[in-house]
Ligand binder design. Structure first.
Ligand code: KDO
Length: 332
């Protein structure tokens, strides 16, 4: 049966329109990723996030990334619940935020767990890291796209003092981030752990509301804590990973091309952070001394290891940890 000319033309026009419209959503459906961190804008972590955003933009796959440093969009500690409620897409999640919902992983915030950067990255990219990523996806509805090295955390004091044992730190109000694992870590160092969000720390040091804080020296530098602190004590008490964390429902709704673009960009942003952070850590102590007159004290860590062993052995929180994995990592 031949169709009347008009109908055939109408059919062709309708088909063309349908095909055109079918193509539109993939291009027109712009997705926006809001990416929050408590990290200072000048720090390597945020600069790696900017590279992530730029890499995604250049891929032109219909995804835009907005980056928010220094808790400018969500207060530190509120990012993960915001992601889980659909009010935020990404954050630089830390282990204590995982432990708050999956306690068996709390051991990853133990003082003196990882020996150094290579050890931490080997664990995070091996079966233990893989298991944690699976648990986070299943139980928190969050996908981890990359592991960023935040640095090796050191105690820093407002006013210098001679410190050879944790007892020398007793009674000092050392600011820690707010979760229970951080406060226990502070206890293991011998201090009076004082919970406070990162953006409030500078002024608290300036006014004497706290006696010190602990962060990697690269963050101490980026946050200009040398302006309000006299001393760094090389406790090296935590070799810290943070994670490029994204809402699982948001991510899984993207096209395979968009997902791969975000994965590749996250790896690039984290790799940039890791490479520059590690390199900077080799010289930042010398620069803090020569450029800012910071006193930097090496210390025999044996008394600190012993104090930490005692505190963690007595802590109720440890009952919920997967201590088998912890001892596997520590090799003890
Ligand atoms: C901090 O608040 O001291 C801390 O270093 C804790 C880390 O877990 C991480 O949240 C970090 O802040 C932010 O990424 C900003 O540097």
């Amino acid at each position: 049966m031949t169709l009347p000319r008009l109908t055939r033309r109408a059919l062709v026009a309708a088909t063309a329109m349908a095909m055109g419209l079918a193509a539109l959503p993939a291009l027109a459906q712009e997705h926006t990723v809001r990416f929050s961190t408590a990290g200072p804008a000048g720090d390597f972590l945020y600069r790696g996030m900017e590279l992530f955003a730029q890499t995604v933009a250049e891929a032109n796959v219909g995804v835009t990334v907005e980056t928010y440093p220094a808790s400018s969009l969500f207060r530190q500690g509120t990012e993960v619940p915001a992601i889980q409620r659909g009010n935020l897409e990404m954050s630089t999640m830390a282990v204590p935020e995982i432990a708050a919902q999956i306690p068996e992983w709390g051991f990853l915030s133990r003082a003196f767990l990882f020996r150094d950067y290579d050890h931490m990255m080997e664990v995070m990219s091996g079966p233990i890291g893989e298991q944690m990523f699976e648990d986070v996806a299943e139980q928190m509805d969050i996908r981890i796209l990359a592991v960023a090295y935040l640095g090796t955390r050191q105690v820093a004091l407002r006013e210098a003092r001679d410190v050879t044992t944790p007892e020398d730190l007793n009674g000092l109000r050392l600011r820690m981030p707010g979760s229970p694992e951080w406060l226990l870590l502070g206890e293991s160092l011998g201090v009076e752990p004082t919970p406070m969000a990162m953006p409030e720390v500078y002024v608290a040091l300036q006014t004497g509301a706290i006696d010190g804080q602990e962060n990697p020296m690269t963050i101490f530098n980026a946050a200009r804590f040398y302006e309000v602190s006299e001393q760094v004590i090389l406790t090296s008490h935590m070799v810290q990973p943070v994670f490029y964390a994204i809402s699982r429902p948001f991510f899984d709704a993207l096209s395979p091309d968009q997902q791969q673009t975000l994965r590749d960009a996250a790896q690039a942003g984290a790799a940039w952070n890791n490479e520059h952070r590690y390199a900077d850590e080799q010289s930042v102590a010398d620069r803090l001394v020569s450029e800012h007159g910071v006193r930097i004290d090496a210390v025999d860590l044996a008394p600190f290891y012993a104090n930490a062993d005692r505190v963690y052995a007595e802590a109720d929180m440890v009952q919920e940890w997967n201590v088998e994995l912890m001892h596997q990592i520590m090799g003890d």
